[in-house]
Ligand binder design. Structure first.
Ligand code: ZN
Length: 491
């Protein structure tokens, strides 16, 4: 059974309104989501963003929409260079190390829908081409390096040429300029908000240096040859160069964490719309909410950063995906002891329900019940319906627990085949949210004890059967005597 929705609506940060999902052609929609800067282990706040977009893409694909989904990897950046200095290695090695960990984290969390992860250093020629075009069109200007003041210099984007700046964040240019990041500070800029497109090296190049294909390391800083001077890319231009090459100058959806709206996404709009002269760069902008830990913002200074690795040391990946789905992707969400306990209970409820369905599939009744079939259809409609309304995963999860309650009212009367269908429907739908339910069935030696216990129970030798029950429980199993026989499983 598959209910395909007719319309999907998504909140668009650009317009502040819900937009019908934009489709490009032949049922394809193109999506770019900002990936990680690979200088450290990924924390669960970023993982929440990637899990949310994984839900989104898995849902679109479930409905038959083809998604071309790419994510960049920022593998050249100030933070990477700094980390390499600290660890006495090269920026390349730092980037490789944390890219590997990032990809392992994604696999562990079942975030599998990205078609390609694209490292910025594979796109240096495209980046150079974008900067060149911005220079030609007079959107970019040069600040000479000032070695006496330790200012590297570079090419900057001239915001006075792009009056639309601030349209995504809903800021005026002046407000936008107040929020500009420290990275782009340089007192020789024309406008306070101007951002760097191409950074010249801090150290002078040896005079003999000729054009090379690969970057050279200059005092720990990788620099590439470009017709307008050796250097390395600014952050924002990496993403537009990658997306222009892979998706074209205009595409349907761009996503990322809420904290990227300004200045990063504003800068991307300014760059790409100026390079191509085409508006809008992207039709639909989607942003995920921030994550806090026990009510506090995650920060290095508070020492409350939870990395994905740390989370997975103590918890199951399903638990993370369930907690993510329990919150609307745009809402701020808090990870707390209470939250985790509630999610564990919810997960255990589904496991128990699955264990019951398996027992019914084996030993249940054969009479059909129309009411149960209706409940199943209504579950599927509500689950899918929730996702069509701005990816309302809490609403879809509510449909899961509502229908578990409804089926549970008379569960031992469920028809064998219906029980099987319910389970496979639940599995197929929960899979969209990255949740894969598995409980542990009794092993062979436990099976033997269960059988012996049944014999004693039939003979009404209860002290003996109770002793065997204790043995089963000592192995960590739950045991429940049902009208269809004993239900034994582990969470
Ligand atoms: Zn980005």
């Amino acid at each position: 059974m598959r209910n395909l929705p007719t319309k999907i609506h998504i909140q668009n940060t650009l317009t502040g309104k819900e937009t019908e999902l934009p489709i490009w052609k032949n049922g394809i929609t193109r999506l770019f989501v900002c990936g990680p800067t690979v200088y450290d282990r990924l924390h669960i706040g970023n993982a929440r963003t990637y899990a949310s977009f994984d839900n989104f893409v898995k849902f679109l694909r479930y409905t038959g929409i083809k998604v071309r989904y790419i994510q960049n990897i920022t593998d050249i950046d100030d933070k990477i260079i700094k980390k390499a200095e600290e660890e006495k290695t090269t920026p390349e090695e730092i980037a490789q190390k944390y890219t590997k960990i990032f990809k392992e984290n994604m696999r562990a969390l079942d975030i599998t829908s990205v078609d390609k992860y694209l490292p910025a250093t594979d796109y240096i020629q495209e980046i150079i081409s974008q900067v060149e075009r911005l220079i030609e069109k007079n959107y970019a200007y040069k600040i000479e390096k000032d070695l006496t003041a330790d200012k590297a210099g570079g090419y900057y984007f001239d915001l006075s040429k792009f009056p639309d700046y601030g349209k995504l964040a809903g800021r005026t240019i002046e407000q936008a300029e107040d929020g500009v990041s420290r990275i782009d500070e340089n007192e020789n800029k024309k406008n306070r908000g101007d951002f760097c497109l191409w950074k010249f090296p801090k150290t002078n190049l040896p005079l003999s240096k000729k054009k090379t294909k690969k970057p050279i390391l200059l005092d720990g800083e990788p620099v590439w040859w470009a017709p307008f001077g050796w250097g390395r890319p600014g952050w924002h231009i990496e993403d537009t160069a990658i997306s222009e090459k892979e998706l074209g100058p205009q595409y349907e959806i761009h996503g990322g964490g809420r904290d990227l709206i300004f200045p990063h996404h504003e800068a991307e709009i300014a760059e790409q719309e100026s390079v191509s002269g085409k508006k809008p760069f992207v039709q639909l902008w989607m942003h995920t909410g921030l994550m806090t830990v026990e009510g506090k913002k995650m920060s290095k200074s508070l020492g409350n950063f939870i990395t994905v690795d740390e989370f997975l040391k103590n918890n199951d990946a399903n638990l993370f995906r369930l907690i993510v789905a329990m919150h609307h992707y745009r809402s701020a969400m808090d990870i707390s002891e209470r939250e985790t306990t509630a999610a564990k209970e919810a997960l255990n409820n589904i496991k128990e329900f699955f264990a019951k369905l398996d027992l019914i599939t084996k030993k249940g009744v054969k009479e059909k019940n129309e009411e149960n079939l209706k409940t199943l259809i209504s579950f599927e409609e509500k689950f899918v319906g929730g996702l069509t309304e701005d990816l309302n995963t809490p609403k879809s999860l509510a449909a899961v627990f509502e229908s578990i309650n409804k089926f549970s009212q008379n569960i031992w009367k469920l028809n064998k085949l219906t029980a099987k269908n319910i389970k496979s429907s639940f599995e197929n739908h929960l899979k969209i949210l990255g949740i894969k339910i598995e409980y542990t069935k009794p092993d062979k030696s436990t099976e033997k004890i269960i059988k012996e216990r049944e014999i004693f129970r039939n003979k009404k030798e209860f002290s003996k059967s109770d002793e065997l029950r204790r043995q089963i429980e000592a192995k960590g199993y739950k045991i429940d005597d049902t009208p269809l026989g004993p239900l034994v499983y582990k969470n």
